[in-house]
Design a protein around this ligand. Structure first.
Ligand code: ATP
Ligand code: MG
Length: 373
């Protein structure tokens, strides 16, 4: 079996001691290639010139020391096993060196310990490297997932906006045209089946109402044209009428327009929160509050319903059981904000979301452009 190569940087003032060390490595089964340095400058040059598998440093030398050598290695952010190999080193000094980041220390009189120590440290360094790689891969995967979900939400909003316009402008206008032509039929003196036309008019009115509702549910045009406050007011009043709860909607000290992504996030989060209240809470009162606090915008949605175990619901949502809570968190994060729930079973639920506001001087946010068909 061929001996594994080992690149060893030896920080040592004695040529003889360095040769002893190299011999111990050969005896221990390595094929070492070494360089000996005895000053800080020479060590820095050696570290810059090539990679090393291990650094073996004497503790005290006339012009340099083990602790100084250690500082140079850690100052460069290198994760190379660093072992003190010294003739005379007290227990306390050794402990201090380990605390400063040395991986091990070996007495020159017991060089037989050197190879096992190197083997162990190389293994541990390899494990640290693998862990760092795995962590970096995880961070990268998370970043990609965030970018992807941001893109999906953007696509979904654009599609909803386009569909809402299509429904409102195309189908709504076609139905209006049918209605006008039915009305003019109704005016003709020779018309006999008046009731049939009146029935048709009622059906068309119903369809128009449905189209308007669908279009507003998809994306209320107020959100793009007028901003968050009117869009939320319209939405909440409609929900409180049909859902049968008392609504309080308060807005304190809010700029007329916020960044479009914050407006969309707040609207969608409120929509999901109110849907949850209607589905799960059995609440009598709902309070929605928007306010500015220390450069941030705060959205609070509070109900006096039956409440729930937030941690358990989040665990279930994390397992894919539901999408609402996760979607709200995602929306908040993508607009640079954060969200939290507090809820006590039997006493209602409070959702609080916070978003950074753009620094003053950004002016009113323009509505985002519709997608190309
Ligand atoms: N305001 C609330 N009052 C009481 N329970 C709530 C409230 N909001 C959420 N919950 C509880 O939290 C759970 C998770 O909510 P989430 O919105 O994630 O899922 P969902 O509404 O059940 O389904 P969907 O994925 O369609 O939204 C709900 O099933 C419900 O038990
Ligand atoms: Mg839900």
């Amino acid at each position: 079996m061929t001996s594994p190569p080992l690149r060893v940087l030896i920080v040592e003032d004695s040529e003889d001691d360095a040769l002893f060390i190299v011999r111990a490595l050969v005896r221990g089964g390595y094929d070492p290639r070494h360089r000996r340095v005895e000053t800080a400058e020479a060590m820095k040059r050696a570290l810059a010139a090539e990679p090393w598998d291990v650094v073996l440093a004497d503790y005290s030398m006339p012009r340099f020391s083990g602790p100084e050598a250690l500082e140079i290695v850690s100052g460069r952010g290198l994760d190379v096993p660093f072992i003190i190999v010294s003739g005379a080193i007290g227990e306390e000094t050794a402990v201090a060196a380990m605390k400063a980041g040395a991986h091990d220390y070996v007495m020159k009189s017991a060089l037989g310990r050197l190879v096992p120590a190197i083997r162990r440290e190389l293994q541990e360094a390899q494990m640290r490297r693998s862990r760092r790689q795995a962590e970096a891969a995880l961070v990268e995967a998370h970043r990609r997932l965030q970018a992807l979900s941001g893109r999906m939400i953007q696509i979904q909003e654009n599609e909803r906006r386009a569909l809402a316009r299509e429904l409102h402008d195309e189908i709504g206008q076609t139905l209006t045209a049918v209605k006008i032509s039915l009305q003019s039929l109704l005016m003709r003196p020779e018309m006999r089946s008046v009731t049939q036309i009146e029935d048709s008019l009622r059906i068309v009115d119903g369809a128009l109402e449905q189209v308007r509702g669908l279009s507003l549910d998809l994306r209320p045009s107020q959100l793009d044209d007028l901003g968050l406050r009117p869009a939320l007011r319209w939405y909440l009043e409609r929900q409180s009428r049909t859902g049968g709860f008392d609504l309080q909607f308060t807005v304190d000290d809010l700029p007329v327009r916020l960044q479009p992504d914050v407006e969309t996030a707040c609207f969608r989060i409120t929509q999901e929160a109110v849907t949850n209240i209607l589905r799960h809470a059995d609440a009598k009162r709902v309070h929605v509050r928007l306010q500015c606090l220390a450069g941030e915008m705060e959205l609070v949605v509070e109900d006096d319903g039956r409440g729930f175990d937030v941690a358990a619901a989040q665990r279930r949502a994390g397992e894919g059981a539901s999408l609402g809570l996760v979607g709200m968190e995602e929306r908040a994060a993508l607009a640079g904000g954060r969200i939290e729930w507090s809820s006590t079973p039997g006493q209602g639920t409070r959702l609080k979301a916070r978003f950074p506001l753009a620094p003053a001087g950004d002016g009113p946010a323009a509505p985002s452009a519709p997608v190309d068909p």
